[in-house]
Write a protein that binds this ligand. Structure first.
Ligand SMILES: NC(=O)c1ccc[n+]([C@@H]2O[C@H](COP(=O)([O-])OP(=O)(O)OC[C@H]3O[C@@H](n4cnc5c(N)ncnc54)[C@H](OP(=O)(O)O)[C@@H]3O)[C@@H](O)[C@H]2O)c1
Length: 288
């Protein structure tokens, strides 16, 4: 990004950004792209050692200030912790990237896991969007990106609750995009297809070194696409192939057929009982 453009971006979304779920993968890629635009960062996640590593790299590469906040976004005291960690800063951008999913049959997954999924994927983005959105609206500038997924489009076996939480993020972002426009706050839902993050690779039953299952976008590509799309509409599907898949699935199949197809794709990827290796983040099928 050229100097003048970078300055414009900082004026609109700086001087500080919060990235929730920034210790690796897509969240770390968002942090790198934001730092490259000269915006200071608050990085949130549970693993402090990983956050510190990301922060050290960004300070060295881009000369920005980085604050590390190790916290569990599923906890009830989320709002107090966020406020304590950031109240002295002017936050112009929020990226909510963290997510939890247990991939597997709905009824075989403990109810407590589903409830935690709601806390991380729904309550926390709602809380952060509300908290920082109020301050942005008062200042009359800012941006909010909520990570959704192509799986938000419809129900899907093995990830029923996860997909529903991603639908929540998509619909919340669309509503806020319209509502906060007049306050000069840009809101965007990023509906990613497969992203080659450590979480995604670990979720596959194949080894990440195997050629099977290759594909998907790089985290840096998705982060850049979302940051560029902010301020240009309520949502983005990064990647032409993903946009085509989403359009075709929505148009070619009646909804029950599409939902059944999604279920087949998920069982093809993970087996009928879910992945052997459990992960913290859900991986949507490559078809949608
Ligand atoms: N990867 C894909 O293929 C894909 C596709 C579509 C959409 N998405 C969406 O993209 C986003 C990123 O997914 P990803 O797989 O790429 O993951 P990621 O960005 O590689 O990592 C997820 C981040 O969330 C943090 N996190 C998870 N649970 C947390 C909690 N309770 N409290 C605080 N931090 C927490 C993790 O850090 P700690 O473990 O250190 O807490 C990590 O930094 C998610 O919203 C996901 O739904 C991903």
């Amino acid at each position: 990004m050229a100097g003048a453009q970078s300055q414009q971006w900082r004026d609109r979304y700086g001087p500080w950004a919060v990235v929730a779920g920034a210790s690796e993968g897509l969240g770390a890629a968002f942090a790198a792209s934001i730092a490259a635009r000269g915006v200071h960062l608050v990085l949130l996640a549970r693993r402090e050692d990983r956050l510190t590593k990301v922060a050290d790299e960004l300070r060295a590469a881009h000369g920005v200030e980085v604050r590390v906040v190790a916290m569990d976004l599923a906890h009830d005291d989320l709002l107090t912790n966020i406020a304590t960690a950031t109240d002295d800063l002017e936050i112009g951008l929020l990226v909510y990237n963290a997510a939890l999913s247990a991939i597997g049959p709905f009824l075989a997954t403990p109810l407590a896991t589903h409830v935690t999924e709601i806390a991380v994927n729904v309550r926390a983005p709602l809380t952060l969007a509300y908290h920082f959105g109020q301050r942005m609206a008062t200042r009359g500038r800012g941006g909010i990106i909520l990570m959704s997924s192509l799986s938000a489009t419809m129900g899907s076996a093995l990830i029923a609750n996860y997909a529903a939480t991603k639908a929540y993020n998509m619909v919340l972002a669309e509503g806020l995009w319209e509502e906060l426009r007049s306050r000069q706050v840009d809101v965007l839902a990023c509906r990613a297809g497969v992203v080659r993050t450590p979480n995604y690779l670990n979720s596959r039953q194949e080894d990440s070194s195997s050629s099977e299952g290759r594909g998907g976008m790089l985290p840096s590509q998705v982060a850049e696409a979302a940051l560029k799309a902010l301020g240009h509409g309520p949502g983005i599907i990064p990647g032409l192939g993903n946009r085509i898949s989403a359009a075709l699935l929505g148009r070619l199949f009646p909804r029950p057929g599409a939902v059944r197809l999604m279920g087949s794709v998920m069982r093809g990827m993970y087996g009928s009982t879910g992945p052997k290796r459990q992960n913290t983040v859900m991986k949507p099928p490559s078809l949608v």
